[in-house]
Design a protein around this ligand. Sequence first.
Ligand SMILES: Nc1nc2c(c(=O)[nH]1)N[C@H]1C(S)=C(S)[C@@H](COP(=O)(O)O)O[C@H]1N2
Ligand SMILES: [Mo]
Length: 226
Amino acid sequence: KLLLGAAQGVGLLLLSGCEKVFNGLQQNQKFLSLLESAEGANQRLLRLLTGRNKLAQEFSEADISRYFKPNGNPPPVTVDYLMNANSGWPGWKLEIGGLVKQPARFSLEEIQSMPSRTQITRHDCVEGWSAIAKWKGVPLAKIIERVQPAAEAKYVVFYCMDTDDSGNNYYESLDLLDAHHPQTILAYEMNDRDLPIEHGAPLRLRVETQLGYKHAKYIHRIEFVS
Ligand SMILES: Nc1nc2c(c(=O)[nH]1)N[C@H]1C(S)=C(S)[C@@H](COP(=O)(O)O)O[C@H]1N2
Ligand SMILES: [Mo]
């Protein structure tokens, strides 16, 4: 209807054949700006349908999976990582920078002393498996408050310590809507224990509005970008 209406509006229905109509539309400035405004409306509709403003379902202790598949790259094997893992992460720091007014570095202890949130949620991997676990961590919104992103900051990038077969470090990104979501946390506990190495120790993202691959493990740096 939108396309037909637009085509009618600029007199293109007089042309025969879809191809001509669409070629004509693409050269029409009025139509292009209409498409752009529809794109904005579409984004908002998608957001409503996928409910990124809503809370993801939370479960009870009884629902927690007995087995939670570790997935993705193997854990980091650097001497630095292994030594820190063995001694309670004294040398590990979470670095936060990019487009922020107050860049920061936090030790694990500092992160653990911030306000926390605990949630029992279901992890859905696109490879076709799901598992429920309990996660505790600091809401990313609290960290955002501390570092104060600049106005140009639109996305948050998470850099990880593990590497794939070609030696590239894993990373993922979120927009600020997901970043501020109340269930988006930097988790340091899983099922009431320190986050296990295979699940991303010492710190991983939980972003319950998104699928498994967005839940970056082994985080060491967060960057705000345009
Ligand atoms: N750093 C890092 N984070 C990662 C991955 C990875 O390979 N490296 N894999 C992703 C994928 S595809 C999934 S399903 C989850 C798996 O989390 P789990 O190992 O706790 O099950 O981590 C995500 N985060
Ligand atoms: Mo996944």
